[in-house]
Ligand binder design. Structure first.
Ligand code: ZN
Length: 149
């Protein structure tokens, strides 16, 4: 195998503290919103896991091992980067769910419920592992990003 450098770029080899572990949907329509959110929160380093549905994997995983796998990713993030918080997102018109809603309010209610379930799963995992960091949940739609309490 021959190696060919296609980009020259110096990367700081030092370890960092992660401001947040972020579980975000890979839907590119919401990528700019993620960048804006990181900027707003002044996060310096983040461990981002992009997957279909964002926090869906912790609420309604398609296969059980999926949830176990991503909870493991949270544990690794905390272990390696002393991660300070967990961010879970869900968004309107998410293809990972493939659902159709009568109106925006019903859609939002559905995703807020999903976020609550996801938060519960992650919270119980953190508790079991004696990890004390906050979990924040966010709903994104075509007007912006909304904190769900
Ligand atoms: Zn999505």
């Amino acid at each position: 195998m021959a190696k060919q450098t296609i980009i020259h770029h110096n990367i700081e080899p030092v370890h960092y503290v992660s401001d947040a572990f972020i579980s975000w949907c890979f839907d590119a329509r919401f990528s700019e919103l993620l960048n804006k959110f990181i900027e707003l929160r002044k996060f310096k380093n983040v461990d981002i896991v992009k997957m279909a549905g964002g926090g869906k994997v912790f609420a309604t995983p398609e296969i059980e091992t999926e949830e176990i796998h991503y909870l493991g990713q949270i544990a690794k993030s905390v272990k390696l980067h002393h991660t300070k918080s967990i961010i879970l997102m869900a968004h309107a018109n998410c293809g990972a769910y493939g659902k159709h809603f009568e109106d925006k309010a019903m859609e939002e209610a559905f995703y807020v419920n999903e976020l609550r379930a996801a938060k519960e799963t992650v919270a119980s995992f953190l508790k079991k592992n004696e990890i004390k960091i906050p979990i924040e949940t966010y709903y994104a739609d075509f007007s912006g990003l909304h904190l769900i309490n």
